[in-house]
Design a binder for this molecule. Structure first.
Ligand code: FMN
Length: 236
């Protein structure tokens, strides 16, 4: 496996493929489903401190990044989960600035992580996961994502959601635009970090918003913008 971490990157706004419906995916065997833990998981899951060193040189990461839609069944390590979420929304300054830029530093974006145990919300201040929905919701997320194969196969799914009202308090009608731009920055940071970790990941924009919010137990004030299935890179 490649060493951890890649420098955070100013990313491109999601522009290509936004109107896409279900895309063609390479056929692959479904990996065995992870067995859920028998003991209930605690509501807070502290993640190991993210590495600030090593990783791929930036230009090598840019050259290597490709959307990967097949994964091994191995569960992500806590370090991998922590590194990916930190790359998306980690706090990198004493003043609270984060890895990804945010209009007016208002940070209207939230990251969730779904695994075999629960749906978790990333808490950047504590660098940990707060349980949002108990149990394995990955199948339900995949259904909301039009049953796309990468979602059905991934050991982990990162979800990027916005709460535009946070940004609208200052930017009014431009808030949704800014949230979408921020999702692009966050997504690219996560995708490049997956590359640096030797993991495979794919940005997925085709899903049913209402159904996804229902699965995540979130109200209509949230705007889901990206699903990012991630797992061990696996060539069938
Ligand atoms: C906004 C956006 C939405 C996307 N939605 C999907 C999707 O729903 N399903 C999928 O398999 N790939 C999706 N992709 C990935 C693109 O298909 C992929 O980026 C494109 O084919 C180029 O390949 P590359 O990422 O390997 O360079 C999406 C990409 C973007 C930027």
């Amino acid at each position: 496996m490649k060493p951890v971490v890649i420098a955070a990157l100013a990313a491109l706004v999601c522009s290509a493929g936004c109107g896409a419906k279900v895309e063609e995916n390479p056929p692959a065997e479904s990996p065995p489903v992870e067995v859920a833990a028998e003991t209930p998981a605690p509501d807070f899951r502290e993640l190991p401190e993210a590495s600030r060193e090593g990783g791929l040189p930036l230009y090598e990461g840019l050259e290597a990044r490709r959307s990967a839609r097949t994964y091994g069944s191995r569960k992500l390590t806590e370090a991998e989960v922590g590194q990916l979420l930190w790359a998306g929304q980690g706090i990198t300054s004493a003043r609270g600035f984060r890895t990804a830029p945010s209009a007016g530093a208002l940070y209207p974006m939230f990251l969730y992580y779904a695994d075999d145990v629960a749906l978790w919300r990333y808490d950047p201040r504590r660098h940990g996961l707060v349980k949002a929905v108990d149990g394995d919701v990955r199948r339900d997320l995949a259904r909301a994502g039009l049953d796309q194969a990468p979602l059905k196969r991934a050991p982990g799914i990162i979800i990027v959601v916005a709460k535009p009202a946070i940004s609208a308090a200052k930017y009014g009608g431009r808030a949704e635009r800014y949230c979408m731009i921020e999702a692009g920055h966050i997504g690219q940071n996560i995708l490049l970090t997956a590359e640096a970790l030797g993991l495979g990941a794919c940005p997925v924009g085709a899903f049913r918003d209402g159904e996804l919010l229902d699965v995540m137990a979130l109200g209509g004030e949230y705007l889901p913008l990206y699903l990012i299935p991630v797992g061990e890179a696996f060539e069938p």
